[in-house]
Design a protein around this ligand. Sequence first.
Ligand code: ZN
Length: 338
Amino acid sequence: MAPAGTSAKTVPLLGIDIGGTKISVCLGNNKGTIRKAKRIPVADIANSYTDGLNAIIKLCKDLLKSENIASSELAAIGISAPGPLDTRRGLLLAPTNLKRWGHAPIVADLQRHFQCPTRMQNDANACALAEFRFGCGRRVQNLVYLTVSTGMGGGIICNGSLVKGDTDTAGEVGHMVLNPDGPPCACGQKGCFEAYCGGLSVARRVQLKIVEEKIHTAILDKAGGAVDNIAFPAILEALREGDHLAREVWEEFIMRLAQGIGIIIMTLNPEMIVLGTIAIHADDLLMIPLQECLQRFAWTAPHRACRIVTSQLGTSIGDYSALAVAMDSDHESILIMA
Ligand SMILES: [Zn+2]
């Protein structure tokens, strides 16, 4: 069989997107059509890998049955999962929301059950593949995807292939250190790109500043008056109303975002950088000052050559990501089948 995605023929694929709060299983194809998707809450299956695997297999079988597709017709299964993971051996390595699963051999188990190629990537790499296959990167060969969400993840497509690196950490741009004396990062370093631009980290710094300096700000009003409720949307809302603290926070956010993106442009010279969540919500509030600020961090030629856009795949990006991983026959796990 030709590898999934290289053939002009439409072939069925299963995609499994393991998210923070839910697992979505979808049945689609290599042309980017999602025929049907089903979801289960992570909390229902977080206690046991065996229960989780059985629940995922059941969802897959239900989808195949409802669309009258035999497992033997499946071209591949793709899994988009939170890190850490070992894609060479096809293992989930106890991600934060599924700690009790331990080192889960999900790739081998699904491959054995459905007897078809099964592939896995971390969620940011999977998003890069989704933009490359089905999103705004369909006509480019060199792109970088940046999640810009609660955290800051990245995925790199270079000459039409996902870059994984030697230990699966290529694209972890969220932990490039922008300032060694900067704010602490969840990874243990200081001054990471994520510590400056991850939504969770920005919100925590704003919370602290409001409490310590007793600042009156519209950000607090937008969060319903409770400092613990402050998240990125409240900062954006206050920014649109011209709030002083929101503007201060935003200026630093844009400067550090430009610094991080500038390093990516100067290192990889990509044709396109696709930005996720926060950039989608902020739109022109972000793009116009970001482009201006980038002049400080990247040479004109590679900066001009790089289109910086927001993701167009919307809330279905997780399903598209998993389907795109199914098509990524460049990266197979080395499985020891029982
Ligand atoms: Zn870090």
